[in-house]
Structures are given as structure tokens and as C-alpha cells.
Design a binder for this molecule. Structure first.
Ligand SMILES: N[C@@H](CCC(=O)N[C@@H](CS)C(=O)NCC(=O)O)C(=O)O
Length: 213
């Protein structure tokens, strides 16, 4: 059995969408980030950086329990465990990994900066870097637009992959990021295509969040 320690945030949702997509059996331990459960010693023992998501797989690759943190690493681990959404070799694997890394680094980091700056603004606190990060975020959306502009249905080509799962939860927050989605038509079409998947819709609400965001 896999235990997912998470909250339905953009990073947490990468893991929950993947678990829903693969059909692997899992249970959820909802984390109260406001109560700072993620900084308690028992959780730091699972992830030294004290952040969600984390999975613990009782049935790891060598038959022993395996703990995995970092959402991108979780996606690769679950892809290899299930044999789905990551080609085993060659060009197809390289195409998935390059977009997975781009989504896991630039998109994720830039999205987090915008999120924090918006939060500061909404709390009436200084948010001097909001426009800087929003500009960078637009640049990142531009890279996704360029990648999808040849009409491919998914980031790595014809097949849905963990690259799409890594990117979707952050692009799902485009309104909060104050992105004009019409400026990125290929991204908009991709977003609708991925968002229509049943497993994606289910995974967005794990653990139950109670709103559509
Ligand atoms: N690079 C990490 C980022 C994880 C992350 O920032 N998680 C956030 C929620 S989206 C978190 O746990 N925040 C609580 C905290 O920083 O204390 C990943 O991709 O898993």
C-alpha cells in the first residue's frame, strides 16, 4: 500500500493525479500545513525539507518500504512502478523528461513566487516582486505555448505523460496568477484536454479541498 502525505495544492496534486491515473492502491494522510504539521520531527524524518507531497510505499522496488519526496521524483517513481506515462527508453523518454524537468523547475518555482507575492498583496503586505515574477511566469507560459504550437496534443507529443501531470496543477492556477489565457491558445487547448480527464478531476480534490481551485 502507498501512503500519500499531501494537501490539494499544486505540488500535492501532481502526486494525487498520478495515483488516480495509475489506479495504484493508496491511502491519504491529509496534512494541515497551517498548523505546520509538515515541520514536525516525524514528518521531517520523511522529507528533510518539510514539504508535501511525500509518498511511502510499503512495497518498494526491493521489497522494502520506500519513501519518496519531491513531486517530480514521485512522478518518475510511480511511472516506473506502474509502467505508465513514461516511455522506458529512447527519444520518447527524453521528450517526456525534458518537459517534466521544465515543469518541475521553472514552472513550479515561478508559480510559487507568484502565489506568495499575491498572498502578500492580499494580506496588505509588501509585494514588490509581484510584477517581476508575473513577467517571468508569462515567459514560462510562452515556452509551453511554443512547445505546443505544432499542434501536438500533449507536451511530449501524442502520448499523455508525467510531463503533463507535472505542469497541469500549476497551469490550473492561471487565474490566481493573473495570466491572460487567450494569449496562449495552444496552452489553453492543452489545459482543457488534460483537465477533462476523469483521473485529473478526481486527483485535484485529494485530499478533499472543498473548492474548485
Ligand atoms: N519542490 C517541491 C516543492 C514542494 C512544496 O513547496 N510544497 C508546498 C505545498 S505546494 C509545501 O509543502 N509548503 C509548506 C511549507 O513550505 O512549509 C516539490 O516539487 O515537491
Amino acid at each position: 500500500m502507498i501512503t500519500l502525505y499531501s494537501k490539494a495544492t499544486s505540488n500535492g496534486r501532481k502526486a494525487s493525479i498520478m495515483l488516480e491515473e495509475t489506479g495504484l492502491s493508496y491511502r491519504v494522510r491529509a496534512m494541515d500545513l497551517d498548523a505546520r504539521e509538515q515541520k514536525e520531527p516525524w514528518f521531517i524524518a520523511l522529507n528533510p525539507q518539510g514539504r508535501i507531497p511525500v509518498i511511502v510505499d510499503d512495497d518498494g522496488p526491493d521489497g522494502r518500504s520506500a519513501t519518496v519526496f519531491e513531486s517530480g521524483a514521485i512522478l518518475i517513481y510511480l511511472a516506473e512502478k506502474s509502467g505508465r506515462f513514461l516511455p522506458v527508453d529512447g527519444r520518447a523518454r527524453a521528450d517526456v523528461l525534458k518537459w517534466l524537468m521544465y515543469a518541475s523547475t521553472h514552472l513550479t518555482f515561478t508559480g510559487m513566487q507568484v502565489h506568495w507575492q499575491v498572498r502578500l498583496r492580499d494580506e496588505g503586505r509588501p509585494h514588490d516582486l509581484l510584477s517581476v515574477w508575473q513577467e517571468e511566469n508569462n515567459r514560462v507560459y510562452g515556452a509551453f505555448e511554443q512547445g505546443l504550437a505544432d499542434g501536438r496534443p500533449f507536451l511530449a507529443g501524442d502520448a499523455y505523460s508525467i510531463a503533463d501531470i507535472a505542469a497541469f496543477p500549476w497551469i490550473h492556477r492561471w487565474k490566481m496568477q493573473e495570466i491572460t489565457l487567450e494569449d496562449f491558445p495552444a496552452v489553453g487547448a492543452w489545459y482543457a484536454r488534460v483537465g477533462a480527464r476523469d483521473a485529473v478531476r478526481r486527483g485535484l480534490d485529494v485530499p478533499p479541498r472543498g473548492d474548485a481551485l
